[in-house]
Design a protein around this ligand. Structure first.
Ligand SMILES: Cc1cc2nc3c(=O)[nH]c(=O)nc-3n(C[C@H](O)[C@H](O)[C@H](O)COP(=O)(O)OP(=O)(O)OC[C@H]3O[C@@H](n4cnc5c(N)ncnc54)[C@H](O)[C@@H]3O)c2cc1C
Length: 681
């Protein structure tokens, strides 16, 4: 039996409660002290409050008399829809980033927009049923270590199985190996939908996919045959094992060792912080491990990649333990349902590993996947930002508090309270959430499109161009959604006032969950070094030149609409500011003063990332403006006007921050490099 409990937001001590049994077997708990037992609420004020097992707690503010069944229907609708704005996802996917230009590539001829739409709707349905209902539970029932294994929520098992059956692991792969050969941009959209519903479960599939992708790209035929079929069905999980206690950001310091042994290697060493490192529900876990073959050169040039399964196959096909030992699970502030394990390989000198590709090329191979993983991390952060925005928006539309100012500058206490969404400061916070949410989504989908075109375009020159663009955007995709997403979710929490800080509401979980995204897969500091130190100078500035051309083409398109001209001009001025900043910074690199050149790389990331998002907002507004001009009715006028308004908000409140950041970047004072560590005493 499903129960719905309604909580009145007033003082609990004054609440009488009664239980209403409804004809359809549902049980509704009503807490009410209003009008001598008459329930007076406006169903539009009902929002999902909390999930505890099969009980759904619902919070409401009293208004008008309503019918109980109506509340239940409203509750169900709210549960199904509250974490994502699918229209915006589809608008950006189909219209802004022109999905068709990807579907036109020969590899994707079996797909059209209608089949993509069907797939995405199925993923949303799957997320409503298999992901969102478990999101809070997974936080409350954190993964934990018990007697040599990690106990995770039972839904992990169902998710791997059903996700595998649905093709969520195999979607990207070729038909010949059982894949669906779907475009990356569509798989990204699908993962994004899932992550808005529950940002913990998709990690189990994401890592399995990433590990399988490594084997597909670099493994020999025998490795592919052994591992891929089991991994793409979700029967076996996968991980990426890079980090060691002494080797976090600095992977050149990895010491896990591989010693040749027959046709394989004996592996020994420890890996920490391994996501999805051990859990029930899969028959085996395939670890992709970075290790050093005995005698290999020092540094990154001596790192190789190995498949090290938790259980290895015997000659007759049985699975036996492979001396991979689970030592613990890191207890974290967020993403508590997504296990983070400490693994030890070869304690009994009986851990076998198989080399992937050639010796000493492991980091290069891993980087190929890490770039995908970096986009995946940006996508996850963008998804949480979206879910948090939806939750705050729902609240702001339902919470009455305070009154608007009258023309005398005073408030009229005899009037009913207004909803908080009517306060300009709440609108400001929601608009900030909107621009961060949709800007991040657009960025993530664009990077995925570049990925598709860099691998499938028929013209090799175009492939090279898109590869440059992808490489340029990758550190920004990892960073902007993570960093600005945190700010956005924090604002979302603020929209709820005191309730935002309380466990009763979901915002605090989003706030905790998103914090890791600027840390794993390379911290913001490391991404920023990559952006300024490698990507900007890459190929003599070729990638930057290509990106500038893309930005200029949107400026040109926007300039055709008189309403957008001022914004196009502003963006053009910011492109010039980028040049100015680089003219100031590059001479440090040319003189060999790299420490100074890169000392403010993170400030540069914030500066440059902000301008990139400005570009994407201008693009979105241009598409919306053009749709309005052509009388496009696929979306409402409010929808299109909302995009144009949000762009204006971005250009008023966010883009000007780059002026101050440029001032910091071009300031001659050197305060960090020069700071003597003694001054921190
Ligand atoms: C929840 C979670 C899940 C994870 N999952 C995985 C996984 O599945 N597989 C895996 O292999 N790893 C995983 N990690 C590890 C993660 O990738 C590392 O934590 C991360 O790369 C940073 O390494 P570190 O923690 O050792 O920090 P450190 O490298 O010690 O960095 C500490 C600080 O110093 C800065 N810093 C370090 N070096 C430099 C430098 N050269 N220049 C400027 N600043 C620098 C960093 O930016 C950071 O602010 C996970 C970590 C967590 C917390």
């Amino acid at each position: 039996m499903t129960c719905y409990a309604l909580l009145y937001s007033g003082s609990h001590s004054s609440i009488n409660h009664k239980i209403n049994k409804l004809s359809n077997g549902l049980c509704l708990w009503v807490f009410s002290n209003l009008d001598k037992g008459r329930l007076r609420i406006d169903c539009s004020t009902v929002i999902i409050h909390k999930h505890i097992n099969n009980i759904k707690l619902v919070r409401f503010w009293p208004r008008k008399t309503i019918i109980l069944e109506h509340i239940i229907q409203k509750t169900k609708n709210a549960m199904a829809n509250q974490y994502i704005d699918l229209d915006t996802l589809k608008f950006i996917l189909y219209e802004v980033h022109d999905l068709q230009s990807v579907l036109d590539q020969a590899r994707y001829t079996d797909y059209d927009q209608a089949s993509v739409e069907l797939f995405l709707n199925a993923v949303k349905d799957f997320s409503d049923k298999e992901l969102f209902p478990f999101f809070r539970e997974m936080d409350e029932q954190a993964a934990h270590y018990k007697e040599g294994e990690i106990i995770v929520h039972s839904q992990v098992r169902n998710y791997m199985k059903k996700g595998g059956e649905m093709g969520l692991i195999s979607a990207l792969f070729d038909y010949e190996i059982g894949g669906l050969q779907m475009p990356n941009i569509v798989v990204t959209a699908s993962a994004y939908i899932q992550e808005t519903a529950n940002n913990q479960l998709p990690g189990y599939i994401g890592l399995t996919l990433g590990a399988a992708e490594l084997i597909v790209h670099f493994g020999n035929a025998s490795l592919k045959e052994t591992y891929i079929p089991k991994m793409i069905t979700g029967d076996w999980g996968g991980t990426m094992c890079l980090t060691e206690p002494q080797a976090g950001s600095s992977l050149s310091d990895i010491i896990t060792t591989a010693v040749p042994d027959g046709d394989g290697y004996k592996i020994s060493g420890q890996k920490i912080f391994i996501s999805g490192g051990d859990y029930q529900g899969v028959e085996n876990i395939v670890h992709l491990v970075l290790a050093r073959i005995k005698g290999a050169p020092a540094g990154t040039k001596g790192i190789s990649l190995f498949i090290v399964p938790k259980k290895r196959l015997t000659a007759n096909g049985d699975l036996i333990p492979n001396d991979v030992n689970t030592l613990g699970d890191f207890q974290k502030m967020g993403q508590k349902g997504y296990c983070t394990t400490h693994l030890s390989f070869g304690d009994q000198n009986d851990c076998e590993g198989w080399l992937v590709g050639e010796p000493n090329k492991g980091l290069k191979y891993m980087f190929l996947m890490m770039n995908g993983a970096r986009i995946g991390v940006g996508r996850g952060a963008a998804a949480i930002t979206m879910a948090a925005y939806q939750a705050s928006l729902t609240y702001a539309k339902e919470r009455p508090q305070g009154r608007s100012l009258t023309s005398t500058g005073k408030k009229d206490a005899s009037q009913e309270q207004t909803l908080i969404i009517n306060h300009p400061d709440v609108k400001r916070m929601l608009l900030l959430q909107k621009v961060a949410t949709e800007g991040a989504l657009s960025l993530v989908l664009l990077a995925s499109k570049y990925h598709d075109l860099s691998t499938t375009h028929s013209d090799p020159k175009e492939r090279e161009k898109y590869l440059h663009l992808l490489e340029m955007l990758t550190p920004i995709v990892k960073t902007y959604p993570s960093e600005m997403g945190s700010v956005s979710v924090s604002n979302g929490l603020q929209v709820l006032g005191g309730y935002g800080f309380c466990n009763d509401f979901i915002l605090q979980q989003y706030f905790r969950d998103i914090r890791i995204f600027s840390i794993y897969e390379g911290t913001t500091g490391i991404q920023s070094l990559d952006l300024l130190g490698r990507k900007i100078p890459m190929a003599n500035g070729k990638a930057l030149e290509l990106l500038s051309t893309e930005i200029m083409s949107v400026i040109k398109e926007a300039s055709e609409f008189s309403e957008l001209v001022p914004y196009a001009n502003k963006l053009g001025a910011k492109l010039k500011l980028v040049e100015e900043v680089l003219q100031f910074l590059m001479p440090f690199a040319q003189k060999g003063d790299y420490e100074r050149f890169l000392s403010d790389a993170t400030v540069f990331m914030e500066f440059f990332g902000n301008i990139v998002i400005g570009w994407l907002w201008l693009e979105m507004a241009t598409k919306a403006q053009s749709a309005l001009a052509s009388g496009d009715t696929r979306y409402t006028g409010d929808f299109f006007n909302g995009k144009i308004h949000a762009m204006k908000f971005y250009f008023k409140y966010e883009l000007p921050k780059t002026t101050a950041l440029a001032e910091v970047l071009m300031n001659k004072e050197v305060l960090t490099v020069a700071a003597d560590t003694k001054m921190f005493a």
